[in-house]
Design a protein around this ligand. Structure first.
Ligand SMILES: [Zn+2]
Length: 338
C-alpha cells in the first residue's frame, strides 16, 4: 500500500473579511479513519508551560483536554475515539506510524506560513483512509490557554500578523484535531455558521454543533437538525432513532435541538413535559456553545425544567433529551420569557 502526504491543513490568524455566504454546513478533508479506530495521540509538547491562564501547568494538559472535548461530544456518537499518551517518546517525524503532536519551528522542514499557528499533516492509504496524522504547533507564536474571547493585539488584525497573542492553544488544538478527524474549513467554501473549523482563529473556543454534525455526517449517523423556536410557546416533539445522539449528554440518548435568540437580562423558563417519553431531560447551551444549564426532574414528577437569566444576547440552544439511553417517545417543550 502506498502512503503519501496530503495537502497540509492550516489554521492561521488572518481575519477573513468581505466574503459572501450561503447557509450550508461543515466540509471534509476527504479522509476518514476506519470504523473502530482508537486514535492514539502521542503528545510531545516538551517542557512544562509554567502556569497558564486557565490554571493548567503543562502543555500536555491542553492536548488531553482538547481530545477529551471531542470524545465527550462528537465522537460519542461515531465509531472512532481518541486516546492520549502524555510525554510520549519517539521522533517528531511524519509517516512513522505515530500520531504525534508537538511544537516545532517548521513543518517537517517546510516553513510555516507567516500567520500559521498550527498544521495538521494526515497520511493516508489509497481509498482516502487515514493511517496517521501529525499536528505541528508553530513554536514561534505566543500561546497560552484560556476560554472566551481571544486575547489579541487588535492593532495587528487584518494587516500584520495578529497572532501576537497570547493565542489560546486549546482552540488551535481542537481545530487541528478536527482536521485530523476529517473536517475542513467551511468558511473557505462560502459557509458562515459558527464552528471551531473556521480558517482563522476567533472567539469560538470549543466544539460546536456544526462540528459535531460534520462528524456525524462523516460516519453516517443522524445529524442534529436545529429547529428555530423564537416565539415563546409550546412545541410537541418526539425522540426517535432517527434523531441524533444528544451531543451534550453521556451515552447514546437521542436529542432534539431548538434554538432561540435570548436578550441579556431576560429570564427564560423552559419546561419539557413527558408524553410517551418516560423521563425527559433538558440541556441549554449558551451563545458560546457551552453548557449553561441542565435539569432532570425540576418540572414536577419526571418532567424537566430549566430557568436562567440570559447573560449575553445571542443564540441559545435547547437540547431536549432523555434520562435513559433507550428512552424514546413524545414530549411537549414550553418556553416562556419573564
Ligand atoms: Zn484549519
Amino acid at each position: 500500500m502506498s502512503r503519501r502526504a496530503w495537502v497540509l491543513a492550516v489554521l492561521t490568524a488572518v481575519v477573513v473579511t468581505g466574503a459572501t455566504y450561503s447557509v450550508k454546513a461543515f466540509t471534509f478533508t476527504g479522509l476518514r479513519w476506519p470504523n473502530g479506530s482508537v486514535i492514539s495521540l502521542k503528545i510531545k509538547m516538551g517542557a512544562g508551560s509554567g502556569r497558564l491562564i486557565d490554571g493548567k501547568t503543562h502543555w500536555d494538559q491542553t492536548v488531553v483536554a482538547s481530545a477529551t472535548q471531542w470524545n465527550s461530544t462528537a465522537l460519542k456518537g461515531v465509531p472512532i475515539r481518541l486516546t492520549t499518551v502524555r510525554n510520549a517518546s519517539g521522533s517528531k517525524k511524519g509517516n512513522d506510524g505515530r500520531n504525534s503532536i508537538f511544537f516545532a519551528r517548521t513543518v517537517f522542514g517546510r516553513a510555516f506560513g507567516a500567520n500559521t499557528l498550527g498544521v495538521t499533516a494526515p497520511w493516508f492509504f489509497a481509498g482516502n483512509v487515514t493511517s496517521e496524522a501529525d499536528i505541528v504547533i508553530n513554536s514561534k507564536k505566543n500561546f497560552n490557554s484560556y476560554r472566551g474571547a481571544r486575547l489579541i493585539d487588535t492593532t495587528g488584525v487584518g494587516s500584520t500578523p495578529a497572532a501576537r497573542g497570547p493565542v489560546d492553544i486549546m482552540r488551535v488544538l481542537i481545530h487541528e484535531i478536527g482536521h485530523l478527524l476529517g473536517l475542513n474549513h467551511p468558511d473557505q467554501v462560502g459557509q458562515r455558521q459558527a464552528t471551531i473549523m473556521k480558517s482563522s482563529v476567533s472567539n469560538t473556543d470549543r466544539v460546536l454543533i456544526d462540528d459535531i454534525n460534520g462528524m456525524y455526517r462523516l460516519y453516517r449517523v443522524p445529524i442534529c437538525r436545529v429547529k428555530a423556536f423564537n416565539a415563546p410557546g409550546a412545541r410537541n416533539g418526539n425522540l426517535t432513532n432517527t434523531d441524533c445522539i444528544a451531543p451534550h449528554r453521556p451515552g447514546t440518548k437521542r436529542g432534539d435541538l431548538y434554538s432561540f435568540t435570548g436578550t441579556a437580562g431576560q429570564v427564560h423558563t423552559i419546561t419539557m413535559t413527558r408524553g410517551t417519553l418516560a423521563d425527559p431531560f433538558l440541556v441549554v447551551l449558551g451563545p458560546n456553545g457551552g453548557k449553561l444549564s441542565q435539569n432532570n426532574n425540576g418540572g414536577g414528577g419526571k418532567n424537566a425544567r430549566v430557568r436562567f437569566t440570559a447573560g449575553t444576547t445571542g443564540k441559545y440552544t435547547i437540547e431536549a433529551t432523555a434520562s435513559a439511553n433507550t428512552d424514546r417517545g413524545t414530549y411537549t417543550l414550553r418556553r416562556t420569557v419573564g
